[in-house]
Design a protein around this ligand. Structure first.
Ligand code: ATP
Ligand code: MG
Length: 370
């Protein structure tokens, strides 16, 4: 490393102490480091490749009740954007190569290849070598979070932020949208910029529409891109709960509790009539019980349980992806391994070991001390 480690980050801390918290990984024969937990104000997911720093994408607060949260968070114009449900990817060009970093700062072999194929980002990085593109990788052919979007066939990448890779400073919202248009980069939908007062109704209207279409929610941002607030639909709370109860012993209790609480506050703010609360309650109950019942039946029938994903691409890259997951300690079950022209198509399940083992134990008469 040619630059002194301590000078990479402009923070007042012992460089050795900071370095200690980074994990070392390899990508295409090159060593890099990444930070799995926030430290000294340096975001989780920050990576260092050679002597290039790629800052993590910051965590953003969530509103449970829109109206007061918007009032408290913003004192100037508020941009409203769609919140897409996929996984967070930062793309940077380092020594001529595009690299795609996941939220926790790993360079993912599959994502890097997909982004190379999806993005025509040369012109952007020629003009802005110090910037990184922050976006959501969405679509059904997705090894992490697959959510169907009617406009996305395999996978798509939608930019929601452009930041200086080393300082993390965001570009303002208007300029970012402009840059996306100039360089032909897909952007998340932008619904307009409002005064904080007007943003409440605008966000509610968008939420109702997104909810009806089974989409995730909105992100509200100050126009300089520094302050952000997220708020999600009932549809996604239910989808999250279905997913969690499909693998009841692998998802933490916190995960479940937070979704139920989101629904409770949303009901208080939005459901004027007792009927709408009971409709919400009915749907919530179904989202919880039905998937759990199905999973218990599946384990009883000896079927693999876990998160199933399909990915498509260069067979070598798909092999690399599966090895990368196995190295991270995941047990995989491959259901399909085909080719489609010169592309591989692989369907695999990340086995949910706790759910499988505990469910089996109870089915065989295991008891609980409770
Ligand atoms: P946290 O914000 O605490 O890290 P998390 O990792 O669980 O939470 P989410 O609840 O999905 O993430 O919310 C934040 C994420 O939403 C961002 O990291 C980003 O990946 C995603 N996202 C989708 N659309 C947008 C958007 N328009 N603007 C910003 N982020 C977006
Ligand atoms: Mg998300």
């Amino acid at each position: 490393m040619s630059r002194d480690w301590g000078s990479l980050f402009d923070v007042d801390t012992d460089p050795e102490d900071l370095l200690e918290h980074f994990d070392t990984e390899w990508f295409r024969g090159q060593r890099y480091r990444h930070l799995s937990d926030e430290r000294h104000g340096i975001e989780r997911g920050t990576a260092v490749v050679g002597d290039t720093v790629v800052r993590g994408y910051p965590s953003m607060p969530r509103a449970l009740v829109l109206e007061p949260a918007i009032r408290k968070t913003f004192d100037g114009p508020v941009a409203i954007e769609e919140k897409l449900n996929g996984y967070n990817v930062r793309v940077a060009r380092i020594d001529g190569d595009l690299l795609a970093f996941t939220r926790s700062g790993f360079v993912c072999p599959y994502t890097t290849r997909k982004v190379e194929a999806l993005l025509d980002a040369d012109a952007f990085f020629d003009d802005h070598p110090e910037q990184m593109l922050c976006g959501e990788l969405v679509g059904p052919e997705n090894p992490y979070t697959d959510h169907d979007y009617s406009e996305v066939e395999g996978v798509g990448f939608y930019v929601f932020g452009i930041r200086h890779r080393e300082s993390g400073t965001p570009m303002g919202v208007e300029r970012r949208l402009d840059q996306c248009a100039t360089y032909g980069l897909d952007s998340v939908d932008h619904y307009g910029t409002y005064t904080p007062g007007a943003a409440v109704d605008a966000a509610r209207e968008r939420i109702d529409d997104l909810n009806a279409r089974g989409r995730e929610g909105v992100v509200l941002k100050s126009t300089d891109g520094e302050t952000a607030l997220k708020y999600t639909t009932s549809a996604i709370h239910r989808a999250d709960l279905e997913h969690a109860f499909e693998l009841p012993f692998d998802y933490g209790r916190d995960f479940v509790f937070t979704r139920v609480i989101r629904e409770a506050f949303q009901a208080v703010e939005r459901d004027a009539s007792p009927e709408s609360v009971s409709e919400r309650a009915q749907e919530l109950g179904e989202a919880i019980l039905e998937p759990a019942v199905e999973t218990i039946r599946a384990v009883d029938a000896g079927e693999p349980v876990g998160e199933t994903h399909t990915v498509r691409g260069d067979p070598q890259v798909l092999d690399d992806l599966l090895s990368y997951f196995r190295e991270q300690g995941l047990e995989l079950h491959v259901e399909r391994d085909d080719t489609d022209g010169d592309q591989g198509v692989v369907t695999f399940t990340k086995i949910a070991q706790s759910t499988r083992d505990k469910t089996r134990y109870y089915l065989e008469g295991g008891t609980l001390d409770e």
